[in-house]
Design a protein around this ligand. Structure first.
Ligand code: URA
Length: 215
């Protein structure tokens, strides 16, 4: 298997493989697609939290013994790339109560064919935060790169961006790392590549349409 710097592939357990098999299956109905995608998203968020800085903390347990542990240091926020990334917001909220979540809408400009920013609403102090960037499918990487550019323009250091993603194409990983090598990518599986329509193959089709029930 090819490995990439700054990519954390979730541990390929039988449980994860079984979850991915359900969401990739074209016969899976929407309620199951949502339920099992949410389970994978939860695993991604839990793994992404490992990239936040921690500081030592000693506490006393009810037995009177001292336990040398850790606590999170540093503030976080989420930023979802609309629309599919919004499906990952709930999983983030389940792990980080009352987390601030910004949104970015990027679409292909019909004239230039380049990704264009249409909307960004971000926490006002985002430059002081670690950012969990949310988008389930990493295909060419064009949208994700544009989103990272927006974050950097808002003062977020590149190394403070943790991109959470269900399925990644090698093309997208390479595109991100050639421009933003310090961004950490956390993904559940890396696929073979892109097909002629720029869909990830084998992939799972259009994540947003399957999750939100649209065509
Ligand atoms: N977005 C999707 O939803 N699926 C892909 O395969 C690529 C981008």
């Amino acid at each position: 298997m090819i490995t990439f710097d700054n990519v954390k592939l979730l541990e390929q357990t039988n449980e994860l493989k079984a979850l991915l098999t359900i969401v990739r299956d074209r016969e899976t109905e929407r309620s199951d697609f949502i339920f099992y995608s949410d389970r994978i998203i939860r695993l991604l968020v839990e793994e992404g939290l490992n990239y936040l800085p921690c500081i030592s903390k000693q506490i006393e347990t009810p037995t009177g013994a001292v336990y040398s542990g850790l606590k999170f240091g540093g503030k976080i926020c989420g930023v979802s790339i609309m629309r599919a990334g919004e499906a990952m917001e709930q999983g983030l909220r389940e792990c980080c109560r009352s987390v601030r979540i910004g949104k970015i809408l990027i679409q292909r400009d019909e004239e230039t064919a380049l990704p264009k920013l249409y909307y960004a609403k971000l926490p006002q102090d985002i430059s002081d935060r670690y950012v969990l960037l949310l988008d389930p499918m990493l295909a060419t990487g064009g949208t994700c790169k544009k989103a990272i550019q927006v974050l950097i323009e808002h003062g977020v250091p590149e190394e403070n961006v943790i991109f959470l993603n269900l399925i990644a194409a090698p093309e997208g990983i390479k595109a991100i790392h050639s421009s933003y090598p310090k961004v950490q990518i956390v993904t559940a599986e890396i696929d073979q590549g892109l097909d002629e329509k720029k869909y990830i193959s084998p992939g799972l089709g259009d994540f947003g349409c399957r999750y939100f029930g649209t065509d």
